[in-house]
Design a protein. Structure first.
Length: 238
């Protein structure tokens, strides 16, 4: 998935996602990398409510754009974290976690404003449903491919899920599941030597032809064609 990141933007990368910079401009940037031992999104999620929004988001929208009024707050957080590393104090780790928590809470609020229907996102029940659905898809997309599968996990009718997505002005849930499957297929095609048939099995499809049709329908290329195009794009120009 390609993103055009402009000045004053936040981009959140989940574990197992690959980031490649195609083109860079001139300007300052901050990159924050940490492991789960330092700050586990799942453990802290009750406090920051960002899992399924900023991270592990099946809609692939981890980009948050900042307007001029919001930039000073995030600039302050980044500067404070940078300064904290220079202090070498015993409480350094806890202070960094505190700043990270503020960053995630504020960014999650902005993400909701930018990516969810404004009126619908004020309904806590619908927003919490969206987060639960997102996390369930992320956990089960290799085994569960239909809306009915997730409806069973959520104890609701498939039509109810469809209505909630419509109210939130989101793509249909069935397309959401397919998009997540295809995204993983692309990752495996680019970063492994698995064949299209093997990737289909990896993603829970016993019939390689069905997986091949799904991938072609969503991307316009067969799995092998997609891999060939990607490899050619990396070849140096003659």
């Amino acid at each position: 998935v390609l993103y055009k990141v402009t000045v004053n933007s936040l981009l959140f990368i989940s574990p197992n996602q690959h980031l490649e910079l195609k083109k860079t401009g001139v300007g300052p940037a901050f990159f924050i990398f940490y492991n789960q031992d330092f700050y586990c999104i799942q453990i802290h999620d009750k406090e920051v409510a960002c899992d399924g929004l900023l991270f592990n988001n099946v809609h692939n929208m981890p980009l948050v754009k900042l307007d001029e009024t919001e930039v000073p707050f995030f600039d302050y957080l980044f500067r404070q974290m940078t300064d904290e590393f220079g202090l070498n104090d015993a409480s350094l780790e806890e202070m960094i976690r505190t700043y990270l928590k503020q960053l995630f809470i504020k960014a999650a609020r902005l993400w909701k404003k930018q990516h969810l229907d404004t009126e619908a996102s004020t309904q806590p029940n619908d927003l919490e449903f969206f987060r639960k659905f997102t996390l369930l898809v992320e956990a089960h997309y290799k085994q569960k491919h239909n809306v009915a599968d997730y409806a069973e996990l959520l104890y609701m009718a498939p039509k109810t899920i469809t209505h909630k997505f419509k109210r939130l002005n989101l793509p249909q849930p069935n397309e959401t599941i397919k998009n997540r499957i295809v995204l993983e297929a692309k990752r495996l095609l680019v970063h492994t030597t698995l064949s299209g048939k093997e990737i289909g099995y990896e993603l829970g499809y016993e019939d390689p032809a069905y997986f091949n049709r799904l991938f072609t329908q969503k991307t316009g290329d067969t799995p092998s064609g997609f891999r060939t195009k990607f490899q050619k794009s990396l070849a140096p120009a003659v």
